[in-house]
Design a binder for this molecule. Structure first.
Ligand code: SF4
Ligand code: SF4
Length: 196
């Protein structure tokens, strides 16, 4: 008899509970507040190693190519290269800043939002859960992989729920906070390799 198909394969998304089970351990709050830390949302045992190969500080362990990637959270320098190269769009970075969180994610749709843009935050199931602001963009041309990478600031309670965004249609954008976001983004820029 075949093994039961996991929920994430049947439904097409990973729940937070499945993520915790897959990782074994999430980064602690102290680490999350230091600088961006990479989190692989890659629960399947598949022969794939680009994330491990690109990491400049060898913070991703994968003794066998079929193993799931495991990140040494303290060793990770938050460079985002694993997010850029993962063909499965499965790597993210999370960074807590005060009562906000910054989530770095791949973004493959068009148009790619610009730094300072307000975007619609989407949950793991694709539901709209709020608005956030783009604070960093690595365009596809500067990415080591085939995808652009964006960093989005959002309320901290959404840090483990939001894994995608969509650009609002014309007329839906509220750019009141653009100036603050742009100022903040300058300080964050040093954390990302290839940032524009
Ligand atoms: S963000 Fe950079 S340092 Fe951290 S795991 Fe990914 S490639 Fe390695
Ligand atoms: S590159 Fe992406 S899909 Fe491949 S093992 Fe790493 S996290 Fe998983």
């Amino acid at each position: 008899m075949s093994a039961e198909v996991p929920h994430y394969l049947r439904e097409g998304f990973l729940t937070f509970e499945e993520l915790k089970e897959s990782l074994g351990e999430l980064p602690g709050e102290e680490r999350l507040r230091q600088k961006p830390v990479a989190v692989p949302e890659c629960p399947q045992e598949i022969p794939c190693t680009p994330c491990k190969e690109v990491c400049p500080v060898d913070a991703i362990s994968m003794p066998n190519p079929n193993d799931r990637p495991k990140v040494d959270y303290d060793g990770c320098i938050g460079c985002s290269l694993c997010v850029q190269v993962c063909p499965g769009l499965a790597f993210f970075m999370v960074h807590y800043r005060g009562d906000r969180a910054r989530v770095t994610m791949p973004y493959e749709l068009l148009p790619v939002p610009k730094r300072g843009d307000e975007v619609v935050l989407l949950s793991r199931t694709g539901e709209e859960v709020g608005r956030g602001n783009v604070v960093l963009v690595i365009p596809k041309e500067k990415s080591l992989g085939d995808t652009a990478v964006i960093t989005v600031e959002m309320p901290i309670e959404l840090a483990w729920e939001v894994r995608a965004v969509k650009v609002p249609r014309d007329g839906e954008t509220n750019s009141d906070s653009d100036a603050d976001v742009n100022a903040d983004a300058g300080a964050e820029g040093g954390d990302g390799i290839g940032a524009d």
